[in-house]
Design a protein around this ligand. Structure first.
Ligand code: GLP
Length: 261
């Protein structure tokens, strides 16, 4: 795991966007794993600008999102399909047929989950997986006690998550209480992982995920097991980290990061 601390949200998102930009330009047919949430909005704006301004080309890119709510259709304003279309897909030249999210309205949820995993594998696996973190420590919707080897499945959401996300639904009480999510095991199979975390509300859970023990109580801590996981945070989210100087020193001195400094 490598932690990179940027001064604010804008520069943290710009660094994450630069890394995605580098991957897309280097491999035009990359498979990207995508995330939702407020944190990603600044990042997706940044990618849309790079498309517009610098011709960043998404025409052959394939994407798999982490999760989708159960029981609402793709065109529901609270669905993650709607979020992705609004914040990224409709702003770049991606072929919507190459974008994938689990279908929350599927009649046979177990089958839908199995097919989602198969589809990722048929496309060669995920090259770069983008992640945020929930206040419950979740990645995707892997709530506390999700098995570290879990696969894509139907998951009940915790009260913390419902509290965090219900403002996106009208009325808030209509927020679905279950979702389909890639499992922790599915996520860990991505070749590279980028965890993007901003804002002081995430400082406590981020420190647990990065510097605490690996535990299914904090699903994001499982990222410590991944051999190529980069954690990009702003100063506010980094507030509770104990080894900040060490992380900064690595970023300033490692040749790998030269082009991003
Ligand atoms: C949702 C998503 C997560 C995301 C989290 C963070 O719960 N399922 O993948 O990491 O939101 O959201 P925000 O960025 O709004 O804090």
């Amino acid at each position: 795991m490598q932690v990179i601390i940027r001064s604010d949200e804008e520069t943290a998102c710009d660094l994450a966007a630069s890394i995605i930009d580098g991957r897309v330009r280097g491999h035009l047919d990359s498979v990207l794993g995508l995330a939702t949430g407020c944190t990603m909005e600044t990042l997706y704006d940044n990618l849309a600008r790079r498309h517009e301004r610098d011709g960043l080309d998404f025409s052959l890119i394939r994407t798999y999102n982490l999760d989708e709510y159960i029981g609402i259709p793709p065109d529901h304003p609270g669905s993650y399909r709607h979020y992705m279309n609004e914040h990224l897909f409709n702003k770049v030249n991606i072929d919507l047929r190459n974008t994938h999210l689990p279908l929350g309205m599927a009649e046979d949820l177990a089958k839908e989950c199995e097919m989602y995993e198969k589809s990722i594998n048929v496309n060669g696996g995920i090259d770069l997986q983008l992640l945020g973190i929930g206040e419950s420590g979740h990645i995707g919707f892997n709530e506390p006690l999700s098995a570290l080897k879990s696969r894509t499945r139907d998951k009940a959401l915790t009260p913390t998550t419902i509290e965090q996300n219900k403002h996106l639904f009208d009325p808030p009480e209509s927020m679905p209480k279950r979702a389909i999510t890639m499992g922790v095991g599915t996520i860990l199979e991505a070749k590279r992982i980028l965890l993007l975390v901003t804002g002081s509300k995430k400082a406590e859970i981020l420190a647990k995920a990065v510097e605490g023990p690996v535990t299914s109580m904090v699903s994001a801590s499982a990222l410590q097991l991944h051999e190529r996981c980069t954690v990009i945070v702003d100063e506010a989210a980094a507030a509770n980290l104990s080894c900040k100087e060490y992380y900064n020193w690595i970023f300033e001195t490692e040749p790998e990061w030269e082009e991003y400094r």
